[in-house]
Design a protein around this ligand. Structure first.
Ligand SMILES: *Cc1c(COP(=O)(O)O)cnc(C)c1O
Length: 395
């Protein structure tokens, strides 16, 4: 298909990187489930491919599709989001420092502090919403700034453009994990980031049926280095996963529109609920960075964080009583999920760090799916009522 940069997101989501199969006319990119490709004579390959760890046509279509959606020149896919993160860390050497957002994904925190620290890479946690703190933490050893926005689970919003300027002034790479926003809501490269990272496991996949990651960049030199790391380490996705993700990106825009619409209604409802102490959602005016979120994103995503009027016991009862919201880790699927960060996703974050970040015992995280929003609201209402039936706080 002849899509180009003048086409809008929905058109590019469906067509970019894909053309009918030249040998059969199949409209969908085939699953080239092959490890190797025959050669005409030793060293003379038939087309562009020789071995699927290096490159595979199904994966190439996905890499081109994701690159297009992020407004990037280059895309690389990995076996998981953390494998993609690890590839970026392999750009560094012993003695280098990294500034890491202070409430990034727990697995990212673990990878920096417990795997790459052993290789002599030093990590400093920084609240990326505090630009003075970012400036103060810089020195000539800092080779990478890694941030997420919105963050997980407290949904803090970072000014990508401002941090990008700090990175540029200090000759440091800025990498943004764009998993929560997706390319539909935010394109960090256009705001000055050098690398965008995705866990495609979440919204990009959208159906909770695959694990994967991706890196996108406009910089030829960074791309060549990352491609070499991808080839050398071999953490590449399976071909079937690439095919599933090509199906997924065709509906990314439609799913994201509904995620945003449903989450806004759920957040507004919870915000007035007497059993809820506080709701964090970037689309609410009460969000501390609502104005920045509005400037940086055309919609506010599907993630909501709420503080229940109760403690660990009440939270647990709420999670045991939802009927539509499934109690599970992960996020970004068409189905709604509910989880308790202090017990589940962020249990590996030390208790004092959790407390400093506001990951309290009554904090509950919602991944709002694309079911009927009235059904979702009714489900939360009955679960909160069950949790607080013995408490004076509510209902
Ligand atoms: C899930 C997640 C990751 C890790 O991705 P995997 O695909 O699970 O390896 C990284 N960053 C964010 C923001 C995530 O939500």
């Amino acid at each position: 298909m002849n899509v180009n940069d003048s086409h809008n997101f929905a058109t590019r989501a469906i067509h970019a990187g894909q053309a009918p199969d030249p040998s059969t006319g199949a409209i969908m990119t085939p699953i080239y489930q092959t490890s190797t490709f025959v050669q005409k004579s030793p060293g003379k390959i038939v087309g562009e491919y020789d071995y699927s760890r290096a490159a595979n046509p199904t994966r190439a279509a996905l890499e081109a599709n994701l690159a297009n959606l992020e407004g990037a020149k280059h895309g690389l896919c990995f076996a998981s989001g953390v494998a993609a993160t690890g590839a970026v860390l392999h750009l560094l050497s012993a003695g280098d420092r990294v500034l890491l957002g202070d409430d990034v994904y727990g697995g990212t925190n673990r990878l920096f502090h417990r795997v790459f620290a052993q290789l002599g890479i030093e990590t400093t946690l920084v609240d990326m919403t505090n630009l003075d703190a970012v400036r103060e933490a810089m020195d000539e050893r800092v080779k990478l700034i890694w941030l997420e926005t919105p963050t997980n689970p407290t949904l803090k919003i970072t000014d990508i453009k401002a941090v990008g300027e700090i990175a540029k002034a200090n000759n440091t790479i800025l990498a943004v994990d764009n998993t929560f926003a997706t390319p539909y809501l935010q394109n960090p490269l256009a705001l000055g980031a050098d690398i965008v990272c995705h866990s495609t496991t979440k919204y990009i996949g959208g159906h909770s049926d695959s694990i994967g990651g991706a890196l996108l960049t406009n910089c030829d030199a960074l791309h060549e280095k990352l491609k070499f790391i991808q080839l050398s380490e071999g953490a590449v996705p399976g071909i079937m996963e690439c095919f599933l993700l090509l199906r997924s990106t065709k509906t990314l825009h439609v799913r994201m529109q509904r995620h945003c619409e449903n989450a806004m209604k759920v957040a507004q409802h919870l915000n007035k609920h007497s059993g809820v102490e506080k709701v964090i959602y970037p689309g609410l005016e009460s969000h501390p960075q609502h104005k920045l979120a509005k400037e940086q994103m055309p919609g506010f995503g599907g993630m909501i964080t709420m503080y229940l009027r109760g403690g660990i016991g009440e939270s647990r009862t709420m999670l045991e009583n939802t009927k539509l919201f499934a109690c599970a880790e992960s996020l970004g699927g068409v189905e709604s999920l509910i989880e308790h960060p202090a017990i589940m996703t962020h249990a590996s974050v030390p208790a004092d760090q959790r407390e400093a970040l506001g990951i309290d015992d009554n904090l509950v995280r919602l991944s709002v799916g694309i079911e009927d929003v009235d059904d979702l609201i009714a489900d939360l209402d009955q679960a909160i009522a069950a949790a607080l039936k013995n408490s004076k706080a509510c209902c």
